[in-house]
Structure formats: structure tokens, C-alpha cells
Design a protein around this ligand. Structure first.
Ligand code: IPE
Ligand code: IPE
Ligand code: MG
Length: 227
């Protein structure tokens, strides 16, 4: 018991370090975000090969609205461009898009683009879940309110109302750039997840890094409180 290598089904990543990458390369922050999008693209292309059922990416937090108007505008424009350029590839590669967070609060044109992307990828096999305007405390509060409306609030009824209700349990949570905090990401879902931290800045993250994390995950012994 416990020595069998475990295969991850669901990995989530806090994609951090775009700004520091830009600083290190003496380019504007927007360029760091642009290269961050390219790291996302590389990873989505490798999704099939990872064997994962679901990859969840933290792209924009509820608290990221506290950044400058210029940076928020750059991030939103990158999102528009990314959906437009990569949606056909998602469809061709059987990627099923899912959005978690309060994404309907984004600009109307982005919401419309996302709705179209969700519809076009609905039959995909592997899930790419993107956290947009996402805050875990807000998600839990929303889920608790919905559960209360439906009846008794229990661990199960609350979990059934989380944005991630239809995703496999979270196995592994990765954060890049050397920070070791959750920043309001998947607080509930991480209850028994494994953690993997790396100093690599997000724009430099490759599918090989993910492979390294998955190899290490396979060697971990998960106990869930039992023995
Ligand atoms: C992550 O990179 C991208 C988002 C949070 C949108 P950052 O922009 O947080 O980069 P650092 O942390 O300043 O280096
Ligand atoms: C978390 O990164 C949010 C995303 C990666 C989208 P931040 O850079 O916003 O987090 P803090 O501010 O360092 O905690
Ligand atoms: Mg950051």
C-alpha cells in the first residue's frame, strides 16, 4: 500500500512571474504576459501526452483588478487574441474548454467569445479549465449560498455547487516563480492536493517542467489522514 505510483488526473497551475520575467529581460510587462500566453499554448499542445484529464490554469484573479488600467487592458486584449487564434486548435485537438470564476463579469465581447468557445469545444476529451476573474473565497461563498437555497449545507452539497463540481479531484497544485502561497486559488479543492513549487518564471515554463512535477507526484505517498 502506498508504494504504487499514482497517476495524476487533475493538475492546477498558478502561472506566476510574467512581470519578473519582463524585468529580467528589460522589456515591458506586456511582453512578459505575451510570453506567458506562449507558455500556455505549449502546455495545451502537450495536454494529450500528459495523460491528464484536466489542467486548470489561474489566468486572472478577482484581486488582479487592483493592477493598473493599462496592465488589465493588456491582459484582456491578450485573452481576446488568444481565444481567436487558438480556438480552432482546441477543437482539432479535442480540448474541452471550461471557465471557472465570475467570468460573466468580464467585458461583454469577451463573455460572448468565451460562450462561443465553450459551445465549440463541448465535445472535447481533455479539459482545459481557465480561472478568470476567479477568487476561491468568492466561489465558496457563492456555493454555500446556493447549497443553502437548495437545503442543508454539507461538505457534499457545498462541493456540488463549486465551479469545479464536474472536474476530477485536484491531485497536484503547481506554482511558478518561487512564491509559495495560494493567492485565493482553489482553497477548498486543495484540501488533499500535493504541492509543487518551482523558481521557474511562468514564460519559461515548458511541458518538460510539468513532466518533472508529474514524475515527482507519482512518487509521493498520499495518506488522506489514514495510515
Ligand atoms: C502572472 O504574472 C500573471 C498574472 C497574475 C495575470 P505576474 O504579472 O503576477 O508576474 P509577477 O508576479 O509580477 O512577476
Ligand atoms: C496569482 O498571482 C494570480 C494569477 C496567477 C492569475 P498574483 O501575482 O496575482 O498573486 P500575488 O499577488 O503574488 O499573491
Ligand atoms: Mg505575480
Amino acid at each position: 500500500m502506498g508504494s504504487e505510483p499514482t497517476k495524476a488526473r487533475h493538475v492546477a497551475i498558478i502561472m506566476d512571474g510574467n512581470g519578473r520575467w519582463a524585468k529580467r529581460h528589460h522589456v515591458p510587462r506586456a511582453m512578459g504576459h505575451q510570453r506567458g500566453v506562449e507558455a500556455v499554448r505549449r502546455l495545451v499542445r502537450a495536454l494529450e501526452a500528459t495523460g491528464l484529464e484536466c489542467l486548470t490554469l489561474y489566468a486572472f484573479s478577482s484581486e488582479n483588478w487592483n493592477r493598473s488600467e493599462e496592465e488589465i487592458g493588456d491582459l484582456m486584449n491578450l485573452m481576446r487574441r488568444f481565444i481567436k487564434s487558438d480556438l480552432p486548435e482546441f477543437v482539432a485537438n479535442d480540448v474541452k474548454l471550461k471557465i471557472i470564476g465570475d467570468w460573466k463579469g468580464l467585458a461583454a465581447d469577451i463573455v460572448a467569445m468565451l460562450e462561443d468557445a465553450l459551445a465549440q469545444t463541448a465535445k472535447g476529451k481533455r479539459t482545459l479549465a481557465v480561472a478568470l476573474n476567479y477568487g476561491s473565497q468568492q466561489e465558496i461563498a457563492r456555493a454555500a449560498a446556493k447549497a443553502a437555497e437548495e437545503g442543508e449545507v454539507t461538505v457534499e452539497s457545498l462541493a456540488a455547487n463549486l465551479d469545479t463540481a464536474d472536474l476530477p479531484p485536484l491531485d497536484l497544485l503547481i506554482r511558478t516563480s518561487g512564491e509559495q502561497r495560494l493567492s485565493n486559488f482553489l482553497l477548498w479543492q486543495a484540501a488533499y492536493a500535493e504541492f509543487w513549487f518551482t523558481d521557474v518564471l511562468w514564460p519559461d515554463f515548458t511541458p518538460e517542467h510539468l513532466g518533472e512535477a508529474l514524475d515527482q507526484f507519482a512518487r509521493r505517498e498520499r495518506r488522506y489522514g489514514g495510515r
